[in-house]
Design a protein around this ligand. Structure first.
Ligand SMILES: NC(=O)c1ccc[n+]([C@@H]2O[C@H](COP(=O)([O-])OP(=O)(O)OC[C@H]3O[C@@H](n4cnc5c(N)ncnc54)[C@H](OP(=O)(O)O)[C@@H]3O)[C@@H](O)[C@H]2O)c1
Length: 350
């Protein structure tokens, strides 16, 4: 890949796409192209084909998708399956027709069966049933993986399918309804720190920026309906489950480095499905301790074991990625500190 090659990032304003853009720019790639979803709706095949014919990208990062939490997936499965299949089908086919030299398609570890041996190897794809709650999304992504495989086989394209683990970092979603575990923790600990200091004004500014606080969280922060703190000394952070399930977390900047690493080497190697993670997991309780330390909340954590904690362990086997010479470099402590700094900067309008 040359520094002057044209690289199209689909979804450049999202968490993953924006990290890929920062990574490419920092390495001196000068010809990046992108469009917002308002400028180019990727579900519209004719528009996508016209865009590819006009811009003729050499390489593509496909990070545009309809993504959401458990609730959104469970209530809008038709939108998840339609939008994701449409976006990826249009881009992959246009990329093939325009002779794109290499492409990275981003999926998710939810493509693997619900009850998978751990760590999860790429070989476990389609070996048993999926988790029901996000089946529509997973099926769309599996179709993308298979489309890459079959286009590579029949047409000789270089379409890589990368399956990231749980991601966090800049441009994360911090709304408490349906956000992922780590951004939800960062916000809960931050709110608890404010509540313990009796700072209702700062809590209101937080709600203006990131959205409402659910009832159970308000209770643990002793907030009334006007968001006044009732009892700063009794403030606690209440988290779902027992804290014992194990999860893997990767900073989105490490994922972006992996995407560029694959693009830079991708033209010489046979393309394949590759897991992207750290290969290291930790308990949710350990994760919570790290976030508490970084945010600086000194009160208690209360585990609500009446709420589900999810599957006991989920960690990717990253030996394929390691064999390609890639290793993540951002520690959890540094990554959480960076993510918290970004969250605070948004509150201050920086
Ligand atoms: N976040 C994670 O923890 C995680 C973990 C594993 C895998 N991934 C994967 O990484 C990919 C990107 O995720 P993300 O977290 O970066 O998502 P995100 O922050 O929600 O961003 C998605 C982007 O897709 C674009 N998009 C959506 N519908 C579109 C349409 N019809 N036409 C054009 N653009 C459209 C949006 O563009 P506009 O901003 O212009 O509207 C948005 O910037 C997904 O495939 C996801 O499965 C994410």
């Amino acid at each position: 890949m040359n520094k002057t090659d044209t690289i199209y990032i689909a979804g450049h304003r999202g968490m993953v796409g924006s990290a890929c853009r920062r990574q490419l720019e920092s390495r001196g790639y000068a010809n990046l192209v992108f469009r917002t979803s308002r400028e180019l709706d990727l579900t519209r095949q004719a528009d996508v084909e016209a865009f590819f014919a006009e811009t003729r990208p050499d390489h593509v990062i496909l990070a545009a998708a309809k993504v959401g939490g458990i609730l959104a997936n469970a209530t809008h499965p038709a939108e998840f399956i339609y939008t994701n299949i449409a976006i990826q089908t249009n881009i992959l086919h246009a990329a093939y027709r325009q002779g794109v030299r290499s492409l990275v398609f981003l999926g998710s570890s939810c493509i693997y069966p619900k009850f998978c041996p751990q760590p999860i190897s790429e070989e476990y794809l389609l070996t048993s049933d999926l988790e029901k709650t996000n089946e529509a999304y997973a099926i769309a992504k599996i179709a993308g993986v298979k489309m890459c495989e079959h286009y590579n086989g029949q047409y000789g394209t270089k379409f890589w399918a990368l399956m990231p683990t749980n991601l966090y970092g800049e441009n994360d979603h911090f709304g408490l309804e349906g956000s992922h575990v780590l951004p939800a923790m960062i916000r809960k600990f931050h709110l608890a720190k404010l509540a313990a200091a009796g700072d209702a004004d700062a809590i209101r500014r937080d709600v203006e920026r990131w959205g409402s606080i659910p009832q159970d969280v308000r209770e643990s922060l002793t907030l009334d309906d006007t968001l006044e703190v009732q009892d700063p000394a009794a403030v606690a952070v209440r988290l779902w489950g027992t804290g014992t399930p194990r999860r893997e977390m990767m900073h989105v900047d490490d994922l972006a480095r992996a995407c560029v690493h694959v693009l830079e080497r991708g033209e010489e190697l046979p393309p394949q499905l590759v897991n992207v993670g750290t290969g290291q997991d930790m308990t949710i309780a350990e994760l919570a301790d790290t976030v508490r330390r970084v945010v600086g909340f000194e009160g208690p954590i209360v585990w609500d074991d009446t709420k589900p904690g999810g599957t006991p362990r989920k960690v990717l086997d990253v030996s394929r990625l390691t064999a390609m010479g890639f290793a993540p470099s951002i520690t959890l402590e540094d990554g959480v500190a960076g993510s918290y700094a970004w969250y605070q900067a948004q509150l201050e309008g920086r």
